[in-house]
Design a protein around this ligand. Structure first.
Ligand SMILES: Nc1ncnc2c1ncn2[C@@H]1O[C@H](COP(=O)(O)OP(=O)(O)OP(=O)(O)O)[C@@H](O)[C@H]1O
Length: 299
């Protein structure tokens, strides 16, 4: 099911513009919404999940008017919020069974089938009679996905799900999301570029409430080909380079400072042309250097 967001805007009572005419078309499959903290991701996710009102704009999920027909949306929506809390003293089975009742699956045998199936799908069946309080971060997030999948939703929204997971759990969680997105629309909000690079067939970069760029990750990387230049600098040299070049990122690599700059042509000063990746796309866009992208973003 395609999700079409048009000119969605939201200003909070304190004057913060969290969404500024956001327009996005989100097809079936996994869509990554990438942006730094405070970009407006959660505001957008909560609005799509019918938990919050916006000021203006429209959202359609297939033929359903998301802003107007909230009950219809809730029937086909699964949502894993950023701060998904669990009751520590109940078991995974008990809580998922409880959520299933709330979701309207009243027939006992049918419910058991659904709950068992979801626990298997999320690899929690073996631990289904353990209390949730003893679950690791990754297990809790997988449980969060199990509850989001109740009722066989067509649209699944997951808000920053991998923050705090160890590398093994992240891979496991990625595999789970990837399986789900084969036939559903999955909207993944994150500030972790590699989540999007690993998983998403389409993506958008958002900052300060505005969509800056959207497209297929591979195409966006292809578009910056020949424009990313790198070199090591000393700590003392760094301010000079930052003044003279369009620096998009600086990071320590084995104790030395590696800088990447964005330039259409060789910037001189000993820089080498490197193959850019999605992280370069992200930083070039967030720092406002990827200006061709800004002008051409049709989402
Ligand atoms: N209820 C609120 N009242 C006032 N301002 C808010 C409220 N909720 C969010 N904001 C502000 O709106 C902006 C967007 O916040 P939002 O939580 O949507 O961003 P985010 O991209 O999800 O960031 P994070 O990853 O930190 O959650 C931020 O500047 C935030 O401080």
């Amino acid at each position: 099911m395609e999700l079409r967001i048009r000119n969605l805007s939201k200003t909070y009572a304190n004057g913060v513009v969290a969404l500024d005419k956001v327009s996005l078309t989100i097809p079936t499959g996994m869509f990554g919404l990438l942006g730094p903290n405070g970009a407006g991701k959660s505001t957008l996710m909560r609005t799509l999940a019918t938990l919050q009102e916006c000021d203006s704009g429209s959202v359609f999920l297939g033929d359903i008017d998301v802003l107007d027909e909230k009950d219809e949306v809730r029937k086909i929506l699964g949502y894993l919020p950023q701060d998904f809390g669990v009751y520590p003293k109940v078991t995974a089975y008990e809580l998922l069974d409880h959520f299933a009742v709330l979701k309207g699956i009243s027939h006992r045998a049918r419910r058991r089938e659904v709950v068992d199936g979801l626990l298997q799908q999320t690899n929690l069946f073996e631990v289904r009679h353990q209390r949730l309080g003893g679950f690791s971060g990754g297990m809790k997030q997988r449980f969060g996905i199990a509850q989001a999948l109740l009722g066989d939703p067509q649209l699944i929204i997951v808000d920053e799900p991998t923050a705090g997971l160890d590398p093994m759990e992240r891979v496991r969680f990625h595999n789970l999301l990837s399986d789900i997105s084969a036939e559903k629309t999955v909207l993944l909000s994150t500030h972790i570029v590699s989540d999007v690079a690993d998983l998403c067939s389409n993506m958008a970069i958002i900052n300060k409430g505005k969509v800056l760029l959207c497209g297929e990750p591979q195409q966006l990387v292809f578009d910056i080909d020949g424009k990313i230049w790198a070199r090591f600098v000393s700590k003392q040299e760094l301010p000079i380079f930052q003044k003279n070049h369009a620096v998009i990122s600086t990071r320590l690599l084995a104790g030395r400072t590696l800088i990447h700059v964005y330039a259409d042509e060789d910037p001189g000063d000993g820089f080498e042309d490197i193959a850019g990746d999605l992280e370069d796309v992200y930083f070039a866009t967030i720092t406002g250097r990827n200006t061709s992208a800004l002008a051409g973003a049709v989402c």
